[in-house]
Design a protein around this ligand. Structure first.
Ligand code: G3P
Ligand code: MG
Length: 249
């Protein structure tokens, strides 16, 4: 397993769903904006359409971020591709599409961006999503151009990532302090713990750093909070406004 010393967060910010305060989340427009703002890392969410195609999308429902309705998983990609994923945010972004993972990977290569790939597979879909994600990213995992850190709230997805890729960089994603988070982190050789900033304390930060893990916090949009987290040893924060963190750091 590669060590986390192979990862650098400079500046110490990861554009959350791209730069989602400025452009519609998880679209090429959002990743383009993040690159323009000077970030080197972006985070995005991956799930599968009804026909198994991998897409970059956050919610289980289409309603909030597209002009469609209902469950994403009910529709094949050809239908999802016909939806508008930008106008809800601002009419300037009309015509933005739900991107395929492959399209985003191509963009990352061109833009020299690294990425935290968050697996958001529905229960029962984890294995096919994980296998496909690893297959699509395999040519790039050892590239010097960019790096990939995989994470998920689903421990099952993390176990499958480790099973099918002993080498991949894994982050344990925690919304709350799960009782067994330390043993999961150790047994899956996670290089990072990606924690909800609302539950982060100085003591917890020191504990994670003492375990020799990278510590990432989401979602931090207040530079003063970022400053406090960095003083506790946090390595990088996920932010909707990455420019505000870049300007400060
Ligand atoms: O990976 C950090 C963060 O994106 C996790 O929460 O719901 O925004 O995907 P969510
Ligand atoms: Mg996410």
């Amino acid at each position: 397993m590669r060590s986390h010393t192979t990862i650098k967060f400079n500046p110490p910010v990861i554009g959350h769903r791209g730069a989602c305060a400025y452009a519609p989340e998880n679209t090429i427009a959002s990743f383009t904006k993040a690159a323009q703002l000077g970030v080197k890392w972006v985070e995005f969410d991956v799930m599968d359409a009804a026909d198994g195609q991998l897409i970059v999308f956050h919610d289980e429902s289409l309603d909030r971020t597209t002009n469609g309705h209902g469950e994403v998983s009910q529709y094949p990609y050809a239908y999802l591709d016909s939806l508008d994923a930008g106008a809800w945010f601002d009419l300037r972004f009309s015509g933005e599409r739900i991107p395929k993972l492959r399209t985003v990977i191509d963009f990352l290569q061109e833009a020299h961006l690294s990425a935290n790939v968050e697996i958001k597979a529905l229960p029962g879909h984890e294995e096919r999503v994980v296998k496909q994600v690893l297959e699509q990213l395999a040519p790039y995992l050892l590239s010097a151009n960019n790096q990939f850190l995989f994470s998920s709230f689903s421990v099952n997805a993390l176990r499958l990532l480790r099973k099918y890729s002993p080498e991949c960089l894994l982050g344990l994603l925690l919304h709350e302090w799960e009782p067994d988070w330390e043993s999961i982190c150790r047994s899956l050789h996670c290089i990072s713990v990606n924690v909800n900033e609302e539950i982060m304390t100085e003591a917890a930060a020191h504990r994670i750093k003492a375990m020799g893990r990278l510590l990432l916090c989401y979602t931090v949009n207040d530079p003063a909070r970022a400053k406090q987290l960095f003083s506790w040893g946090v390595d990088a924060v996920f932010s909707d406004v990455p420019d505000k963190i870049v300007a400060f750091s």
